[in-house]
Design a binder for this molecule. Structure first.
Ligand code: SF4
Length: 577
């Protein structure tokens, strides 16, 4: 039975059409994935359904819930339908949760406002809901403020708040984009479990997420519908070339390996580096070793709080390590960047995650790129812009006049203009759409091929690093737990945490039966668990793991830190799950 009908919906702003004559429907209990790149109109469609568009939006067409037109309902009735029948979960739960009110009280308020419970019934009902969405110790979480919960727990609390009124439809707008890959898998499983009761409109740019969790999908481009159909059929035979491009651009494991580096000379070595932030009483990195060869890409992967960024900041001299040594081309580097010679500083550059935010908004592209060499007029500015695929028409633009991909090309141009030997990319493609992300990855690989640049590539998503890395270092709570060649690590993960990260990557294949086994989230680095820090989440933990820290060991061409490495191999050499 049809629950939601969107009928020739258009959303226009002065000079811009955000949604263009869109028509679709969702049945009760069904899940529909709304997919497309940034700016394709996905969120504008959701906001129109929720009645949350800004005042200058001009809306036409119709939106019906159970046959009743929302656009012609009186305000009070409209609010009632929207509050009781449709709920929304956002990418950033802080946007929807009031930071000054306890989580449980916020959900209780929703129930009381709509007279769904009495004062006495409210708390037990909310505790029950927090339990249902998988929050551990729900009575305690009831009393927590939003900032006291981890990202994954906040997202669960927001799902509990969205489901408080038993809505017939849940709209989830990129609900897992800000989460670590293992937590993403848990939240998606939760949304799947809830599907029997509630229809789901899942908005995402990630085709892997749609493949595993939506029966049907609708592809949007420039505000208009490109095609719609059962997810399986569209994956097998997409009717539109753009759908095929989106499917092909979805990160998937098993992609091609990059060409071998030309030499095997070590360019950068970190030895037993510790990073401590005394003000936070936090040790972010514990005795980490790292070896980077010329012309090679070393990926650092792990969830938030794993210490990846802190380790590279120590290597770059941006934080002073509390211990350990860093060598560049065989010579010791002073720990603080201010003590390093200008020539040495130029040998390492960095590209950050937020392409537009990392560029000075008041500077033109030519000045941004020319700044490290002290001149925007220098011929190498034009040559470097050409190298990153931007023609001379970009020289005079400001960052806000660039798309995310163009801004990241400018950031790369700025980083390579000094001809560094090492480039650190800190989640440099995480904020980009699939096709643009692949273009930037290809650009980095071609610069590496031409110049022999060594790259440290920080990412939380294994599917992205597989195609470009030679070596991979997996970190957990400040310690490397496995280092291996990309080929070995992806085909035969040796550490249970590596296996968990690989299993959590959503597969852009509707027929995949991949199962993610790891539960819970990374514990706080302020109070890491004793013994092996992964033991509270590890399905293979034994008594020894709870008390004894596993030492990193060289075995089978890899470094691995697990007491049970030998016992846990299956016939292929991979750790069992
Ligand atoms: Fe799991 Fe124990 Fe290995 Fe840690 S040492 S990863 S808890 S089996």
């Amino acid at each position: 039975m049809t629950l939601l009908e969107v009928d020739t919906l258009s959303v226009r702003y002065p000079g811009v059409t955000a949604v263009d004559g869109l028509t679709f429907a969702i049945d009760r209990g069904e899940s529909l994935g709304l997919v497309g790149e940034s700016g394709s109109g996905k969120t504008q469609t959701a906001m129109a359904i929720m009645g949350l568009l800004p005042a200058d939006a001009e809306v036409s067409g119709d939106i019906r819930v159970d046959g009743r037109s929302l656009l012609s309902l009186a305000e009070a009735e409209l609010n009632r339908v929207r509050a009781l029948e449709i709920s929304m979960v956002f990418q950033d739960p802080m946007q929807a949760l009031n930071p000054f009110v306890r989580v449980g009280d916020q959900i209780a308020r929703i129930l009381l406002e709509h007279r769904l419970v009495t004062e006495d019934e409210a708390m037990p009902r909310v505790v029950d809901m927090l339990d249902r969405v998988g929050l551990p110790d729900p009575e305690r979480q009831y009393r927590a403020y939003p900032h006291q919960l981890s990202g994954g727990m906040r997202q669960r609390a927001m799902i509990a708040a969205a489901l408080a009124t038993d809505p017939a439809l849940l709209i989830a707008d990129e609900p897992t984009t800000a989460l670590d890959v293992t937590v993403q898998a848990q939240i998606l499983d939760l949304l799947e479990e809830l599907r029997d009761e509630t229809a789901l409109l899942l908005i995402t740019h990630d085709l892997g997420v749609v493949a595993g969790h939506c029966e049907r999908m609708l592809v949007l481009d420039k505000g208009a519908r490109l095609e719609e159909g059962p997810t399986r059929s569209l994956f097998v035979s997409p009717g539109h070339p753009h759908t095929k491009t989106l499917i092909d651009a979805a990160p998937r494991l098993g992609s091609a390996q990059p060409p071998s580096p030309r030499t095997s000379e070590t360019i950068l070595a970190a030895d037993r580096v510790d990073v401590i932030y005394p003000e936070d009483r936090l040790q972010a990195v514990h005795s980490a070793d790292l070896v980077l060869k010329a012309g090679e890409t070393l990926a650092l992967v792990g969830e938030s709080g794993s210490g990846k960024s802190s380790l590279v900041r120590a290597i770059l001299g941006l934080v002073t390590p509390a211990g350990g040594d860093i060598e560049f081309n065989g010579a010791a580097l002073p720990p603080d960047v201010r003590q390093r010679k200008p020539a040495d500083r130029k040998r390492m550059s960095m590209v950050f995650q937020d392409p537009v935010g990392s560029l000075n908004p008041q500077m033109r592209v030519k000045d941004i790129v020319g700044e490290p060499i002290g001149s925007a007029k220098h011929a190498s500015v034009s040559a470097t812009l050409t190298r990153v695929g931007l023609d001379d028409s970009f020289r005079d633009r400001f960052p806000h006049q660039l798309s995310g991909g163009q801004a990241q090309r400018v950031a790369i141009a700025r980083a390579i203009i000094t001809q560094p030997e090492v480039l650190v990319c800190d989640e440099a493609v995480a904020a980009l759409d699939g096709t643009v992300r692949q273009q930037i990855v290809n650009l980095l690989m071609s610069i590496q091929q031409d110049t022999g640049l060594a790259i440290i590539f920080i990412a939380h998503d294994l599917a992205i690093v597989e195609g470009l890395s030679h070596q991979v270092m997996v970190m957990y709570l400040g310690r490397p737990v496995e280092i291996a060649s990309a080929r070995d690590l992806f085909s035969r993960p040796g550490h249970p945490y590596t296996r968990a990260l690989i299993d959590a990557v959503p597969e852009p294949d509707p027929l995949s039966d991949k199962y993610s086994f790891v539960r819970g989230e990374t514990p706080s680095p302020i109070a890491p668990p004793l013994g092996c820090a992964f033991h509270p989440r590890c399905p293979h933990a034994i008594a020894r793991c709870r008390v004894e820290l596993p030492k990193p060991r060289e075995v089978d061409n890899r470094m691995v830190a697990c007491h049970r490495y030998e016992e846990l191999r299956d016939e292929s050499g991979s750790v069992t799950n």
